[in-house]
Design a protein around this ligand. Structure first.
Ligand SMILES: [Zn+2]
Length: 113
């Protein structure tokens, strides 16, 4: 499994990094050292293998963490500042409460700004 490389999984060169915190939720990531093999889907398709460490966020498989990753990805494609503020608020609430907020929570939070 290659997972989502941007949110919750990192694969730096073997022994190049001592520890890592998740860029999404800030949790200290678990590490598996000296993994041999393709680093991702593209490398697997190309038959390329290397030695790397695999850092995984302990929250990576939770629904709220997956949701937060999707929101972060989505933010990069929104041209509207108003929509960005709504999505940002949903992201903030998701990470703060470690659960997916209900729609009304977000509307109330954004309108209170
Ligand atoms: Zn995380």
């Amino acid at each position: 499994m290659y997972g989502n490389d941007n949110y919750g999984v990192r694969r730096p060169d073997a022994n190049s990094v001592i520890s890592m915190d998740c860029c999404l939720c800030g949790e200290k990531m678990n590490v598996k050292r000296n993994v041999q093999g393709p680093r991702g889907f593209a490398a697997a398709m190309a038959g390329s293998k290397s030695s790397y460490d695999e850092f995984t966020c302990p929250n990576a498989q939770t629904d709220w963490h997956i949701h937060a990753g999707e929101l972060t990805e989505y933010l990069t494609s929104i041209p509207s500042l108003r929509l960005k503020s709504i999505v940002n608020e949903e992201l903030r609430l998701t990470l703060h409460n470690k659960k997916i907020p209900k729609g009304l929570d977000i509307v109330l939070a954004v309108d209170a700004v």
